[in-house]
Write a protein that binds this ligand. Sequence first.
Ligand SMILES: C[S@@+](CC[C@H](N)C(=O)[O-])C[C@H]1O[C@@H](n2cnc3c(N)ncnc32)[C@H](O)[C@@H]1O
Length: 230
Amino acid sequence: MKPFNLNRNLAQLALLQRIELADDKLKKVRKIFGRYLFSKIFSKYLIDVQKISENYLDVMIKELNTINKFIVGKKFFLSIGGGIGGLELLILRSITNSHVSFIEKDYVSNKVKYGWDNLNKEAYNNLNQLNFFLESNEISKERYKIFDSDKNNFPTNKFDVIFSIYSLDYHYDFQIYSDYLKKVMKKESILIFDTIRPKFFENIFESIKIIKEDLNTVHKSKRIACTGFK
Ligand SMILES: C[S@@+](CC[C@H](N)C(=O)[O-])C[C@H]1O[C@@H](n2cnc3c(N)ncnc32)[C@H](O)[C@@H]1O
């Protein structure tokens, strides 16, 4: 597998989006100095960029394996909260002619927290960096488009697969995107996301399937694949 090409800024974002990339020393530093200093300084200057790049690739390959069977032969993808785009890069590399639209936030919270956020104010991304990641990993501009979730200009085409890995209904309410998703899903479109309340979605979709369970984490979430928005 071709390695990811991350610089320090990207490695910092990947770490904020995926705290499991931190080694024990870094986790200790976060505990001692608090989330503000960690988010602003230590996550950038106390990291081994090469190591984060390698670990991020491993984590993204594992994520790809959880959704692989749903994406084979599909063309139009929407990623909600894709972070710096590692999983999406793997999809673009593996499926010729595929296209990914991203809806993401364009700021990093002062103190990155990983809980449920009713106001949906928590964010850990930078859209220029997301663009740079795809560009510097040799993805041509025609194959992706990035939309700021705080601006009202979302893509209106129908998607084959929509996914939101540890974002929609994991950090903020599904309701935020519910009307929009109804518009951009066809009958056969598949929506994949992580949630702690899979049962709730049985009334919203015609079919839901649990495709991954995270029982050892604080959130104890399940990844579900849904079709047929009722
Ligand atoms: C835990 S990270 C996961 C990133 C990536 N999906 C991954 O698996 O590594 C959650 C992401 O959701 C983004 N986010 C938060 N609120 C959002 C919203 N309303 N719309 C889209 N993305 C959002 C954050 O900026 C962050 O990049």
